[in-house]
Design a binder for this molecule. Structure first.
Ligand code: ATP
Length: 325
């Protein structure tokens, strides 16, 4: 069965000359049991799509269904099968972690084992503390716990690792993989491409409200014509502009003492190493397939690393937080 089916989804905010075209005829299918990464630079339309799926906002045109239920006219049925971690979730300071989960249970009209969920998200010790003193990462763990209430068939996670330290990110990854093994469909947006690469079956890349890529990461890499990158660590980085002159060198960047070159063939990689070796001492060489990061750049013209630093600022509907459960 299809978990999510989106057809010609269009969303315009406002009207007249100031209208913002957030989604422009989006078509997307997420299969049941799939871990699906939803990527795109700031303002691409990811949260808008998620907010339509959850009926926080209405689409201007097009349709979307979750397990066959129309998200606009059958939103209660959609909600009963879906757990949500919304973008920018904020805790209710005076409630404890456990009370947050109980609140979700009440809202959904179900019972669940709050203690077990808190253990899953690593909050057992803080279960009965008021959440006002929680760190951002603890709040994010709690938000994930709230999404898990009722063992939903579909989890929609908007930037689940936001605010988490590396251990927290690893925990989220493991939780996602465990759930996927049990058959839960996971649809999540993220700027953290390493996370997406580690857990996703397929990814969609959205840019300016349009789908620009949809496939497994491996298939996107193959389609890319075997483009590879090479990272050369050197004692002193020479001005790298000359590297762009070589045929087959597509992009060059410098990260501290490492020169990274994206090349379309092996000969170009050899040229890069030789050129650097003539000017400085090469201390290390790492050669890799195209990373998801490079694919992201290719399809959107944006760099996810800087995206992440500036993420999270466009205005999103307040309902996304208020009505999230
Ligand atoms: P980010 O990664 O930064 O969260 P996103 O991919 O989730 O971005 P959206 O938040 O869906 O992108 O925004 C898509 C476009 O719609 C942007 O141009 C944004 O400014 C605009 N937009 C979003 N919400 C509103 C709103 N409530 N009113 C007007 N414009 C909006």
């Amino acid at each position: 069965m299809t978990a999510i089916e989106i057809k010609n989804l269009t969303k315009r905010y406002g009207s007249g000359p100031d209208a913002v075209q957030a989604l422009d005829g989006l078509d997307l299918t997420v299969r049941e049991g799939e871990v699906f990464g939803f990527l795109g630079p700031n303002g691409a339309g990811k949260s808008t799509t998620i907010n339509i799926l959850l009926h926080f906002i209405d689409a201007t045109d097009g349709t979307a269904t979750v397990f066959g239920h129309d998200v606009g006219t059958e939103s209660m049925a959609v909600r009963s099968k879906t757990g949500v971690l919304p973008e920018g979730f904020e805790v209710f300071d005076r409630l404890t972690a456990r009370e947050h989960l109980e609140w979700v249970m009440d809202a959904k009209g179900i019972t669940d084992d709050a203690g077990a969920i808190l253990e899953t998200v690593g909050l057992s010790e803080a279960a009965d503390r008021q959440t006002g003193g929680f760190s951002k990462g603890m709040g994010q763990r709690l938000a994930l716990g709230m999404a898990l209430v009722g063992d939903p068939d579909l989890l929609i996670l908007d930037e689940p690792s936001s605010g988490l330290d590396p251990t927290g990110m690893q925990d989220v990854r493991n939780i996602i993989l465990d759930l996927a093994e049990q058959g839960t469909t996971v649809f999540f947006s993220s700027h953290i491409l390493g996370e997406v690469e580690a857990v996703c079956d397929r990814v969609a890349i959205l840019n300016q409200g349009e789908l620009v890529a949809l496939d497994t990461i491996e298939a996107l890499q193959e389609r890319d014509g075997g483009v590879e990158s090479i990272e050369v660590t050197v004692e002193a980085v020479p001005e790298p502009a000359g590297l762009n002159e070589f045929n087959g060198v597509q992009r060059v960047s410098v990260e501290e003492d490492t020169v990274v070159a994206v090349c379309s063939d092996t000969a170009a990689k050899v040229d890069v190493v030789r050129w650097l070796d003539e000017r400085t001492t090469v201390t290390d060489i790492i050669s890799e397939d195209t990373s998801l990061e490079e694919l992201f750049h290719r399809y959107t013209g944006e760099n996810p690393a800087t995206e992440q630093q500036t993420a999270g600022s466009p205005e999103t509907p307040a309902q996304a937080t208020e009505g999230s459960q």
